[in-house]
Design a protein around this ligand. Sequence first.
Ligand SMILES: [Zn+2]
Length: 66
Amino acid sequence: MQFDEGKQLRADWPKGMICEHFEVTKEYYLGGDTGDKICTKCGKTFFNDKELDEARLEATKRKNTL
Ligand SMILES: [Zn+2]
């Protein structure tokens, strides 16, 4: 996914809505791979798998406490 698409997703994502980041893809900027992963639903970027795992865990926890 292009960097700009992710930016748009982030802008459109409702504030406070929980995303479990189930589908992530590579992020590209100006034709190059940024090395980051990006959530196809909310547009959040992750520097590595550890960060993604933690964000998923956090989202699951928040969902279970609602
Ligand atoms: Zn997400």
